[in-house]
Design a protein around this ligand. Structure first.
Ligand code: SAM
Ligand code: SF4
Length: 327
C-alpha cells in the first residue's frame, strides 16, 4: 500500500525532510529502513553467525545495481539505509557504493562492520557520505575475542573504533551479542568503555541461526538486563519505530536492547526491509521462505515500472513472524 501522508511518514522517532510518500505493508507497518547485505564473504568466523556459504564476489550486486534498488527505495519513501554483510568492508568498491547512495539524499546512511578494516576506510567513508557506524564488539578480553570470532584482531578493531571517534562520526554504536557463560558478565565493563568514548552500547539477544546447539548452549535471557537497567536508568525510552526497542540512559551513557526472539512487539513495530547479497528482497529477518528476487529482473533489464512492482511484492510479503494473533 502506498500512502501519501506526511503525518504518518514523519512518525519515525526522528523528524526529517520527506516527500510525504511512504509504503506500508498489509499489517499497516510503514517501511522506513532498508538493510542491504553487500556480500556474504567474511574475514571472521563468529561462533553464532549464520553462514550461507561463500558467494563468489563476481555474483554480488554491483554498485550500479545497488543504486537502482536504492532509487526505488527512495521513491517509496525509505529514509534509512544500512549496509551489512558478511563483512561489508571487504567490498573494494565500498566507497563508490556509499558515494552513490549519498547522492540519493537519504536521511541516514550507516554500516555494520566487524571493524577490522575501519581504520583503513573510516575517513573515506565519511567523505563519501556515511553518517553512522555500528561496530560488532562482544568483548574487551583478548582470549574471549579470539574464542568468539576466531580472529586475533581486538586491538585493530578498538583502534578502528577510536579513529571513527576522532573523525567525529556520531553516533557510533557497539553491537554486543550476549553469549551465556562467555560475555554476559562483561556488560558493565563494556558500558564503561563505551561511556568513556562517547559510544552507544547495543546489547543483542543471540538469535537462532542454523546451529540449534549454539543457541541452546549460549542463549541468554535478556530480561535480566532489562530488569537491571530499569533500576539503574535515569530515563528509559521506547523506540516505537525501531521494533519497540528499549533505550536506557544511565550516568551519561546509553544502552539499547535488541530482543527479537519470541517478541511480538519487535515484529509489530518492525519497519525494516532487507536485501540479501544475492539480490533477493528479504521481507523478514527471521524467515527465508518468502524472498523475492529483484536482481535477475534488473540484470534482464526489465522496465523501471516492472522492477518497482517486484519491490512492492517484497513489501507485500511482509508478515510479523511472532504475531499476537495467529495469521
Ligand atoms: N560482519 C559485520 C559485523 O559483524 O558487524 C556485519 C554482519 S553481522 C551478520 C551483523 C550483526 O549481526 C553483527 O552485530 C553480529 O554480531 C550480529 N549477529 C550475527 N549472528 C547473530 C546471531 N546469531 N544472533 C544475534 N546477532 C547476530
Ligand atoms: Fe558473521 Fe559479522 Fe562475525 Fe562475519 S564478522 S562471522 S558476518 S557476525
Amino acid at each position: 500500500m502506498i500512502v501519501n501522508n506526511k503525518l504518518s511518514c514523519c512518525e519515525d522517532d526522528t523528524h526529517h525532510d520527506c516527500n510525504g510518500i511512504l509504503v506500508k505493508d498489509k499489517f499497516d507497518r510503514p517501511i522506513i529502513s532498508l538493510r542491504v547485505s553487500l556480500t556474504n564473504r567474511c574475514n571472521f568466523n563468529c561462533i553464532y553467525c549464520h553462514h550461507d556459504g561463500m558467494l563468489p564476489s563476481k555474483s554480488e550486486m554491483s554498485p550500479d545495481e545497488i543504486f537502482q534498488i536504492l532509487k526505488i527505495a527512495k521513491k517509496f519513501g525509505i529514509k534509512k539505509i544500512r549496509f551489512s554483510g558478511g563483512e561489508p568492508l571487504l567490498r573494494d568498491d565500498i566507497i563508490d557504493i556509499i558515494r552513490k547512495t549519498s547522492s540519493l539524499n537519504f536521511k541516514d546512511i550507516s554500516i555494520t562492520t566487524n571493524g577490522v578494516l575501519l581504520g583503513k576506510y573510516a575517513e573515506d567513508l565519511l567523505k563519501a557520505g556515511l553518517n553512522r557506524v555500528n561496530v560488532s564488539l562482544d568483548t574487551l578480553n583478548h582470549d574471549t575475542y579470539n574464542f568468539i570470532t576466531k580472529g586475533n584482531y581486538l586491538n585493530k578493531v578498538k583502534s578502528g573504533i577510536l579513529s571513527c571517534v576522532d573523525l567525529g562520526i556520531h553516533p557510533i554504536k557497539i553491537n554486543m551479542v550476549i553469549i551465556k557463560g562467555v560475555n554476559n558478565n562483561e556488560v558493565m565493563n563494556m558500558f564503561d568503555f563505551c561511556k568513556s568514548n562517547g559510544l552507544i552500547l547495543q546489547l543483542i539477544e543471540l538469535m537462532k541461526a542454523d546451529n540449534k546447539q549454539i543457541y541452546d548452549k549460549y542463549h541468554f535471557n535478556m530480561n535480566f538486563f532489562e530488569e537491571k537497567f530499569e533500576k539503574m536508568a535515569n530515563e528509559v525510552k521506547i523506540r516505537h519505530f525501531m521494533q519497540d526497542r528499549k533505550k536506557y540512559y544511565i550516568d551519561n551513557g546509553e544502552i539499547e536492547i535488541v530482543k527479537p526472539m519470541d517478541n511480538t512487539k519487535f515484529c509489530q513495530n518492525c519497519t525494516r526491509l532487507r536485501i540479501t547479497s544475492e539480490g533477493n528482497i528479504k521481507p523478514c529477518l527471521l524467515k527465508n521462505d518468502n524472498l523475492v528476487n529483484i536482481i535477475e529482473p534488473i540484470r534482464n533489464k526489465l522496465s523501471e515500472n516492472e522492477i518497482e512492482k517486484i519491490f512492492l511484492k517484497g513489501v507485500n510479503n511482509r508478515e510479523p513472524y511472532y504475531n499476537q494473533y495467529p495469521l
